[in-house]
Design a protein around this ligand. Structure first.
Ligand code: 6R9
Length: 675
C-alpha cells in the first residue's frame, strides 16, 4: 500500500467557486455542446446509472460505423466492474475504422477545410493541410505500409518530431488495422530499442533530423543506434525534415518517405476493425523499472477522445484547437491527433518550444491563426509567467474561449496568471486531470458550464465515478471534506485494455491495490462542495515538467554506471518543473581512487541517465552518500530521503528501527551542503 502522498499538499485554499466567464456561449455562433450545469448533471447521472444507454447513444451520434454495435457494453450492468480483474467490453460486434472517422467523413463533406495547421520550429515556415490533402497522404502511406507487409494487429514504431507527417503516420497505421507505438522523440536509443522490442514492431517510421528550439537533433542516427539490437526490424521509413545529405542511409533497409508515397494513388479504403481491436500502444512509467506498454482499443478510446474534446473544450467543426503537447505522450495522441480530427476541427501541430525564438511564441500562434482552444501543461505556464507579461500584452488573444491545463497540479497563482493574462477574463480555464491509462479526461470542468476553483480539477467527466479511499484501510470515504487516494468505481469506454504482453501486470498495478476499484496512483481530496483536488502521486512516480518518470527506471539507469553500488531516486519540489529528480547514490568504494574528482563522477552519472533514458529524465541533483537508510528487511526508506530533501528532517519519526540509523545523519549533511 502506498506510504503517503509525495508532494507537498496544495492548500485547498478556500477560494470561492467562480462561474464560467459571462457570455461564454455568445462568443460563438455554434450551439453549446453542454449548455448548462443542469444538463451536465442530468447526463452525468445517466452515464453512471445506465452507461449502456448513455454511451450507446453517444457512440451512434459521434462515430460512424460500418456495422452497428449490438450492445454498448457487456456486461450491461456496471455493478461488477473490476471484480476479479475484469473489464467490460464496449460496442459489441460493432465495426469501424479510426482513420475513416478522423479523416474521410470530413474530407468527403469538405475537402478544402483545414485539418492540420503546422507551425514549424522557425516562425513562418509552416503550412496548412486540408482534410482532402490529409486523406491523400494517409491513403498513400497506408498503401506503402501494406506493401511492406504490415497487417492488421501488427505494431509499427513511430519516432518522429511534431510535424504533420506524424499525424499522417498514426492515421495510416490505424487505417490498415495495425497499431502504432509512438516513442517520444526525446527518448534515447536505448529506450527506443526497449520499446521496439517489447512491442515487437517490425517497421519504424522516423525523420532524418528534427528541429526544436533552433537546435537540430540527429533523429535518424538515434534510430540506427537503437536498431543495432533489433534484428527483426525489416524497414525504416525516413521522412526528410531537413534534407541533410550526410544523414546515414542503409539502402537494404531504409526507405525515403517521399519515394514510397510517390508510388501510390490518392485513395486507399480503410480496413473495418472490431470495436475492441487494439488501436495503439503507448509506453508509460510505473512503479517498477520496466516501462508499461499501455494498450488502447479502437471504439472506446475514440469515443472518449471525441466526447472529451467536444464537451470539455466546447469544440465545434469550425474551431481551431492548439494542444501544445508532444505526440509522444498521451496528450498528443488524444488532443493533438484523435480528438480534434474526430470532431472535424483543425488541430495545430507545433514543432517548437514556448521559448523560441522568444517567450511570445504560443501567443503569436494563437493570434496568427485565431486559435479557439489552447491546452498546455502548467510547467510551460510557470516559465512564461516568470518571463513576464510583456511577452503577452501586444497579442490579440480574443479568439480564445477555453484554456486547458494538463499533466500536473496547477498552483492557484499560475491559474490566475493564465486566467488574467491569457484568458483576460473571457476564456474559461479547464484543469483536466487524467492519465495515459484513462485515454481521456477523468476529472475536469466543462468549458462554459462548470464553475471552477483555481487548483481544482472540479467534477468528474461523463461515466467516471471517482471514489476517495482511506490509503491504509481501503475504506470508502463517502463524505465531503476528505482526503485519501483516488480510485474509480466503474469502467469507462476509453480505459486502457491492458499492458501489452502482460495482462497480469495491469491487474496487479491498477485493480489489485484496492479490490473492485481502478487505482489511479494519485492522492486526492474532495472538498465541501464535492470538488476534487489532485494532491500528487502516491507511488514511485515523479512528475517533472508534466513528464511522468519512474524512480525505479532512473535507478536502473544509474546502476549501469561502473562506479555505482546502489541508488535511490526521489522527487522534490521545484519552482519551474513542479518536481525535480534527486538521486542518492552510494559508490563502490574499492573502485574510487583517493583523489577522484567527484564532480566529474556526478556529471558522468547524469550523462548515464541521459543516455539510458533521455535528457528529460536527467537528475537535477546527485547526492553522493556512503549508505542509504534501510529497514531491517533491507528496504530503502524513501520516505526519509524525501523528507530530508523537503527540509522536513524534524519530521522523520522513529529512525531507531532502521538497520543503519547512522546513515541518516550523513544524508542530512550532504543535502544541506548541496542545495
Ligand atoms: C494526461 C497525463 C498522469 C499523471 C496523473 C497525475 C498527473 C495529470 C493532472 C495531474 C494534477 C492535473 N496529472 N493531469 N495532476 N492535475 N490536471 O498527464 O498523462 O503522462 O500518464 O500522467 O499526471 O499524477 O496520474 P500521464
Amino acid at each position: 500500500m502506498p506510504e503517503s502522498t509525495q508532494q507537498s499538499h496544495i492548500s485547498l485554499d478556500h477560494e470561492k467557486k467562480q462561474d464560467p466567464p459571462a457570455g461564454f456561449f455568445e462568443r460563438t455562433v455554434n450551439k453549446p455542446n453542454v449548455p448548462d450545469l443542469e444538463t451536465y448533471q442530468k447526463w452525468y447521472k445517466q452515464s453512471i446509472e445506465d452507461p449502456n444507454a448513455f454511451f450507446g447513444d453517444q457512440a451512434k451520434k459521434h462515430l460512424d460505423w460500418y456495422r452497428p454495435f449490438d450492445l454498448a457494453r457487456f456486461p450491461v450492468d456496471p455493478k461488477h466492474d473490476f471484480e476479479h480483474g475484469d473489464l467490460p467490453a464496449w460496442f459489441i460486434n460493432g465495426q469501424l475504422n479510426a482513420s475513416y472517422n478522423a479523416v474521410d467523413r470530413w474530407a468527403i463533406k469538405n475537402p478544402d477545410k483545414p485539418a492540420i495547421i503546422y507551425e514549424a520550429d522557425e516562425p513562418n515556415q509552416g503550412r496548412i493541410i486540408t482534410y482532402g490533402e490529409l486523406l491523400k497522404q494517409v491513403s498513400k502511406l497506408a498503401q506503402a505500409l501494406t506493401k511492406l507487409g504490415v497487417k492488421k494487429g501488427d505494431s509499427v514504431a513511430v519516432y518522429l518530431p511534431m510535424i504533420p507527417e506524424a499525424v499522417v503516420t498514426l492515421l495510416a497505421i490505424v487505417r490498415i488495422g495495425a497499431m502504432h507505438s509512438v516513442v517520444f522523440a526525446g527518448f534515447s536509443s536505448t529506450s527506443l530499442k526497449d520499446r521496439i522490442l517489447d512491442g515487437d514492431s517490425r517497421i519504424v517510421i522516423t525523420a532524418d533530423e528534427s528541429k526544436r528550439g533552433g537546435k537540430t537533433i540527429e533523429t535518424k542516427k538515434i534510430v540506427d543506434d537503437a536498431l543495432k539490437d533489433c534484428p527483426k526490424v525489416r524497414n525504416v521509413i525516413v521522412f526528410k525534415r531537413t534534407g541533410n545529405p550526410h544523414v546515414p542511409f542503409n539502402s537494404g533497409r531504409d526507405l525515403w518517405w517521399h519515394d514510397e508515397l510517390n508510388k501510390y494513388g490518392p485513395y486507399f479504403p480503410p480496413v473495418p476493425v472490431n470495436a475492441e481491436d487494439p488501436l495503439f500502444l503507448l509506453y508509460t512509467s510505473g512503479s517498477t523499472g520496466k516501462p508499461k506498454g499501455v494498450q488502447h482499443n479502437t471504439a472506446g478510446y475514440l469515443l472518449g477522445a471525441v466526447l472529451s474534446t467536444k464537451y470539455t473544450f466546447d469544440v465545434h467543426e469550425d474551431d481551431i484547437l492548439f494542444t501544445a503537447g508532444d505526440i509522444g505522450w498521451i496528450t498528443g495522441h488524444t488532443y493533438v491527433v484523435y480528438g480534434p480530427l474526430l470532431a472535424g476541427a483543425a488541430t495545430v501541430v507545433f514543432e517548437g518550444t514556448p521559448a523560441y525564438p522568444n517567450y511570445s511564441r504560443y501567443w503569436e500562434i494563437v493570434d496568427k491563426y485565431k486559435v479557439n482552444q489552447f491546452y498546455v501543461a502548467p510547467t510551460a505556464l510557470r516559465l512564461l509567467k516568470r518571463a513576464g507579461t510583456k511577452y503577452v500584452e501586444k497579442y490579440d488573444l480574443s479568439s480564445l474561449r477555453a484554456l486547458g491545463s494538463v499533466g500536473e497540479p496547477i498552483a492557484a497563482e499560475v491559474w490566475h496568471w493564465y486566467n488574467d493574462n491569457i484568458g483576460r477574463g473571457k476564456a474559461h480555464i479547464v484543469d483536466t486531470y487524467w492519465q495515459t491509462e484513462s485515454g481521456s479526461h477523468l476529472l475536469t470542468p466543462l468549458a462554459g458550464t462548470t464553475p471552477t476553483k483555481p487548483g481544482s480539477a472540479s467534477l468528474p467527466f461523463f461515466g467516471i465515478k471517482p471514489i476517495i479511499l482511506d490509503p491504509t484501510t481501503g475504506a470508502e470515504l463517502s463524505q465531503n471534506d476528505v482526503e485519501g487516494v483516488l480510485a474509480i468505481k466503474n469502467a469507462w469506454p476509453s480505459i486502457a485494455r491492458g499492458i501489452y504482453n502482460d495482462y497480469n501486470r495491469f491487474i496487479d498495478t491498477y485493480l489489485k491495490p484496492y479490490q473492485n476499484y481502478y487505482f489511479s496512483g494519485d492522492g486526492a481530496a474532495r472538498d465541501n462542495d464535492g470538488f476534487y483536488w489532485i494532491l500528487g502521486r502516491v507511488d514511485d512516480v515523479v512528475n517533472v515538467s508534466g513528464h511522468r518518470l519512474s524512480t525505479a527506471e532512473i535507478e536502473a539507469a544509474l546502476i549501469e554506471h561502473d562506479l555505482v553500488a546502489e541508488s535511490a531516486v526521489v522527487g522534490y519540489a521545484d519552482d519551474l518543473t513542479g518536481q525535480a529528480v534527486a538521486a542518492y547514490v552510494s559508490l563502490k568504494k574499492d573502485k574510487i581512487p583517493e583523489d577522484a574528482d567527484l564532480d566529474t563522477v556526478k556529471k558522468e552519472l547524469i550523462l548515464t541517465v541521459r543516455k539510458e533514458i533521455g535528457p528529460f529524465a536527467a537528475p537535477k541533483t546527485i547526492l553522493l552518500v556512503d549508505d542509504l537508510p534501510k529497514t531491517r528487511s533491507g528496504k530503502i526508506m524513501r520516505r526519509i530521503l524525501r523528507k530530508v530533501l523537503a527540509g522536513e528532517e524534524d519530521q522523520l519519526g522513529d529512525i531507531s528501527t532502521l538497520s543503519n540509523p547512522q546513515a541518516v545523519q550523513q544524508i542530512i549533511q550532504v543535502v544541506h551542503a548541496s542545495l
